[in-house]
Design a protein around this ligand. Structure first.
Ligand code: SF4
Ligand code: SF4
Length: 341
């Protein structure tokens, strides 16, 4: 099971699509580490992921938990500004996800001036120290993004690239603008990216485009439900010890499943997903979007349209994947990449 630990709701940045620090919980962890140890005690396959806010605003918590929690894998989602505070602890991580949105111009526009260079310095730091886990570029894709250009750029620097679409709860655009962008930019970009990925694969080069790897892996090896597993096999612990299904929505009551002392009740995806023809590969995409139709039914339908397009583009090349069945197994554990963008 995946346990996402919020070390703080605070963030040193205030990205345009995100709005910066979260609210509604203390800035510091208020429960004791023994409560966490108790929660993980019976789980021999625990994955612990650090999250925020910016988790490395509290590096001592991260280091303490890595030393004292019984987890099979450690993961961190960070903006990279304070990566050096981890020092030798970096080698205890299996996956490090660095937030970056593409090239310098787009990243600095969404995030802040100089952000791109800071993230590249973090990558250099990890490489210089021979970090041998996964380094994943974690993109947010929004109003000014060009998915083909941005992913192609990041593939030159990162072994793995993952993205999430800024939709449903976005402050950057509304549904009509999103739909127009999807038609004119995103879907053609996805089509080109899938073609490029498959051409490279024919030469034996399997590029780390995370959404493609995850969907094709499920096509070949099976699997079910939400890739992020939020609410069932993934929970988030807030700084005051509440247990949430999804880390991004601490304010929503349906998302609060319990607390660290008394345990939690799981929740899962429902209709219309479980009867959808594409459910076996989509898994319902996102619990939050499933529960909160902030762009109405039309917005939900558009989200499905985008997801189905990606799945069906990837399905066209299934015979090619058969040659690389074992290499196309991803992720090997829940590393917090939600797979469906
Ligand atoms: S495509 Fe839409 S309806 Fe189908 S499983 Fe995915 S989110 Fe649910
Ligand atoms: S995919 Fe949705 S439900 Fe899952 S972690 Fe991301 S925002 Fe939360």
């Amino acid at each position: 099971m995946l346990y996402i630990i919020m070390t703080t709701p605070l963030c040193n940045l205030c990205c345009k699509y995100c709005g910066g620090s979260l609210h509604g919980m203390p800035a510091d962890i208020t429960y004791s580490i023994s409560d966490l140890q108790e929660l993980l005690k019976r789980d021999n396959n625990a994955v612990v992921a650090f999250y925020g806010g910016e988790p490395l605003l509290k590096p001592m918590n991260v280091k303490e938990y890595v030393e004292n929690l019984n987890a099979k894998h450690f993961v961190i989602n960070t903006n990279g500004y304070f990566i050096e505070t981890l020092d030798d602890t970096i080698h205890r991580f299996d996956s490090i996800l660095l937030s970056i949105d593409g090239g310098k111009q787009i990243t600095d526009y969404y995030r802040e001036k100089g952000c791109y260079d800071r993230v590249i310095s973090a990558v250099d730091y990890l490489n210089d120290r021979d970090f041998n886990g996964e380094i994943i570029a974690r993109m947010s894709v929004s109003v000014k993004s060009d998915i083909y250009e941005d992913v192609m750029h990041l593939l030159k620097i990162f072994p793995f690239v993952h993205w999430q679409l800024d939709m449903i709860w976005s402050a950057m655009w509304d549904l009509p603008e999103f739909k127009e962008w999807v038609k004119s930019s995103y879907l053609p970009g996805i089509q080109s990216l899938v073609k490029y990925w498959v051409e490279e694969m024919k030469d034996g080069n399997i590029l780390g485009i995370v959404p493609f790897l995850g969907i094709v892996s499920r096509m070949l090896h099976g699997g079910s439900g939400l890739f992020c597993q939020s609410g069932t096999k993934s929970v988030t612990v807030t700084t005051d010890g509440k247990i949430l299904a999804c880390p991004i929505a601490p304010d929503y009551t349906w998302n609060i499943l319990g607390d660290i002392e008394t345990g939690f009740k799981p929740i899962d995806i429902g209709q219309p997903c479980i009867q959808c023809d594409d459910y076996y590969l989509c898994g319902g995409r996102c619990l939050f979007a499933h529960k909160e139709r902030l762009w109405g039914q039309e917005g939900f339908d558009e989200m499905c349209h985008v997801t189905r397009f990606l799945i069906h583009e990837l399905m066209k090349y299934k015979p090619i994947y058969e040659k690389y069945v074992e290499k196309l197994r991803y992720p090997l554990f829940n590393n917090t990449t939600e797979i469906i963008p």
